[in-house]
Design a protein. Sequence first.
Length: 162
Amino acid sequence: MAGMGQSPRGGSGGGMGDWLRENKSFVMAAGAGLLLIVSVGFGLKALMSGSPASDVAKSSRYRTLVDSETNDVFKEFKIPEGSKWPLKNPKTGTLSLYPAEACYWTTDGKYKEKPTWVFLRAYTQGLDAKTVCPDCGRPVVGHNPMPPVEIMLEAARAKGKG
């Protein structure tokens, strides 16, 4: 008969390995409990310090707007909760502010880092109304697409040389 510290096969016992095999359920439950505690801790930290979800909610309340009459641009304009388009222009008092669309093209078909902010005529003249960028002359649409990656990379390389 094997004594204390002896394995049934003779020699010293397996120690921790045998204990882990014999207590597999306990070890798994302890690991799951530790994982749960760590997850709750990270969740609480995110809630207390401002989580990425709260950043998304905050950023959705700030938009770049353009005045449909004057073409004045209002960056980081706070959208009042429950408001509808058009919003009131703080300079003129008229209901003429709409979401602006960004155009990143130059007249010679290249990319520019700072966009021209454009008012979409469709907001006031119907969905069939066409809008053209006043800077480059290209059509502008809702969720206006960026230039292709190749053109943006070419502009970045040219900027690096200059």
